[in-house]
Design a protein around this ligand. Structure first.
Ligand code: TPP
Length: 569
């Protein structure tokens, strides 16, 4: 890439954008305002960058998050000073919890006005915006001079994209962007090392344990998805004949139609995974990119401890051994380490060492309806629909390369349990921070990052009403997300949670029904209503054929099926 020569005409913002381009950035998500105007104007003028103006800054952060998750690259969101910055916080926290690389740019009052009571200023002495972002980013700083802008930016990019990825935040006083700079631009390889250290002794210990295991199980976590190590996991499972479960957040990272798949282990998981992992017969368990947190382990369940060896791989040493003591720790990038592990095991087998897995002598994990709780509800003809029924039907029409997003709520539990994510498809949810609205809005970013893949969001009615105004953004920019809004006219998960402990407060039900289809139609999206068995297939086929944003509202009887069994097992 050509290095732009510094000239007396180069502005700070031009250098800034050049760094972003070199990191592969093509979209900036945000809402312009007076304290960040020069930044947004420069983005808008740049022919090779698209400014996506959201309806709420939280939406901009969610979209950037979806873009980064899908592309595996840095994504950028930005807001003006004051509330334009604080509105970003929840979205940035989601990215931080799930290890998603974002650059967050916020506006600030001009340096000579800072601290004087300038409109929407947020200096250190007052509403300290840098401090607010600090605990939810890997770097949060105010840039105090044009000369140090590139220094802060390189440092921020290095942190966002090195080790466990995550968001970084730069707060920039408005007068600084247009200042002239006489400085050189540096290519990413000069400030952002891409090195993958692999500890060979630990790889050998893990390989030996897996080769000698009689009942090896791999528990695949979201770290495998971040590292794009799907193929390495499949190769390892085949070589040592391991059975494979995923954490809820990694659903589908190992294909659920693979004969070795046990499905999801953890909240709303599958019987086969639960009985295998907690059944006391697993001798070697390899937790790969899985931090073994509450949604996976049910409070650090000691029954998860395998008889002989717990192997844990994570890029962040702080996540190793948090809940369960490990025998072999593999610290580093999942793809690099699993690549080495596969090579080690393959060479050992080529040299005559036979894997000792006994799984082949046992019945395979259940398939079809036998995999699920309440299988009868998957074929129920009830009207309103059961949440199980329409999901069972969806399986037949879900495109083979679909990206499925879930939001947070009871529908998430049904998505985790009753959808099957097959090879080529992917499933995404922000279970780390668990914010409602993420699964409604992040798919807009995902669809921009992957125009060749159908992106489908399965969300609840309350998630939709919380952040659904961003459908206007999708309509404006013609982003082809299909929203399936499951309407039970209440905060279903909360209602069921309370019902499980014996009280059903009516406050979780709406005083007034909210119909989603007319809302979406008013936003300019084509809509369809699904209320009967057998109708989701056609609705989805029509939505896919439109190749633009659209909404399918599915009416379900939320109270008829208890979610309590999903929440704790
Ligand atoms: C921002 C935020 N507020 C509150 C919650 C707590 N919460 C989790 S799910 C939920 C209700 C979701 O309702 P809905 O979208 O209708 O889905 P359902 O449970 O009915 O399927 C609430 C209030 C949350 N996770 N995030």
């Amino acid at each position: 890439m050509a290095v732009p020569t510094a000239s007396a005409e180069t502005r700070a913002v031009d250098v800034f954008l050049q760094y972003l381009r070199a990191e592969g950035v093509r979209h900036v998500f945000g809402i312009p305002g007076g304290l960040s105007y020069p930044f947004f104007e420069a983005v808008e003028r740049a022919a090779d960058l698209e400014l996506v103006v959201a309806k709420h800054e939280q939406g901009a952060a969610f979209m950037a998050d979806g873009y980064a998750r899908q592309s595996g690259r840095l994504a950028v969101c930005a807001g003006t000073g004051g509330p334009g910055s604080t509105n970003l916080l929840t979205g940035v926290a989601c990215a931080y919890a799930d290890g998603v690389p974002l650059l967050v740019v916020t506006g600030q009052a001009a340096r000579d006005a800072l601290g004087t009571g300038a409109a929407r200023e947020t200096p250190r002495e007052d509403i300290d915006i840098v401090a607010m972002f600090a605990p939810i980013t890997k770097y949060s700083a105010m840039v105090t001079s044009p000369e140090t802008l590139s220094h802060h930016l390189r440092r921020a990019l290095r942190r966002a994209l090195t080790g466990r990825p995550g968001p970084v935040h730069l707060n920039v006083p408005v007068d600084l962007w247009e200042r002239r700079l006489g400085e050189t631009w540096y290519a990413p390889r000069t400030y952002r090392p891409v090195t993958h250290a692999v500890d060979r002794a630990s790889v050998a210990a893990a390989g030996d344990a897996l080769l000698d295991a009689q009942r090896p199980v791999l528990l695949v976590g979201a770290g495998v998805a971040i590292a794009r190590a799907h193929d390495e996991v499949r190769a390892l499972a085949a070589l040592v004949d391991a059975r494979v479960a995923t954490t809820p957040r990694a659903k589908g990272v190992f294909p659920e139609d693979d004969p070795r798949s046990l499905g999801v282990f953890g909240i709303a998981g599958h019987v086969a995974a639960r009985e295998t992992l907690l059944g006391g017969r697993v001798d070697v368990l390899a937790a790969l990119g899985a931090s073994l947190d509450e949604t996976t382990t049910f409070d650090g369940n000691s029954a998860l401890q395998p008889a002989r060896s717990l192997i844990q791989l994570d890029i962040d040493p702080d996540r190793i051994g948090r809940t369960n003591p490990v025998d072999v720790a593999l610290v580093g990038d999942a793809r690099a380490i699993l690549g080495e592990l596969v090579t080690y095991v393959r060479h050992a087998i080529e040299r005559g060492r036979a894997p000792r897995s006994q799984w082949a002598a046992e019945p395979p994990p259940p398939r079809g309806d036998a995999r699920y709780e309440d299988p009868a509800l998957r074929s129920s003809d009830a009207v309103p629909l059961t949440p199980q029924r329409w999901r069972a039907e969806l399986r037949e029409v879900l495109p083979e390369n679909a990206v499925v997003y879930s939001d947070i709520g009871g529908h998430m539990l049904f998505n985790l349990h009753h959808l099957e994510v097959r090879a080529g498809q992917s499933f995404v949810l922000n279970l780390g921070f668990g914010s409602m609205g993420h699964g409604t809005v992040a798919p807009i970013g995902a669809a921009l990052a992957a125009p060749d893949r159908p992106v489908i969001a399965i969300v609840g009615d309350a998630c939709f009403t919380m952040n659904g105004m961003e459908l206007l953004t999708a309509a404006e920019y013609d982003v082809p997300v299909i929203w399936i809004v499951e309407n039970d006219y209440m905060h279903g998960v909360t209602w069921h949670g309370r019902a499980a402990i014996g009280s059903c407060p009516e406050s979780f039900r709406y005083r007034r029904r909210v119909d989603i289809a007319p809302l979406a139609a008013a936003m300019g999206l084509p809509v369809s209503l699904v209320g009967r068995p057998g109708t989701i297939k056609r609705a989805l086929a029509e939505a896919l054929a439109r190749k633009g944003p659209s909404v399918i509202e599915v009416l379900v009887d939320g109270r008829s099926c208890s979610l309590a069994g999903f929440i704790r097992r």
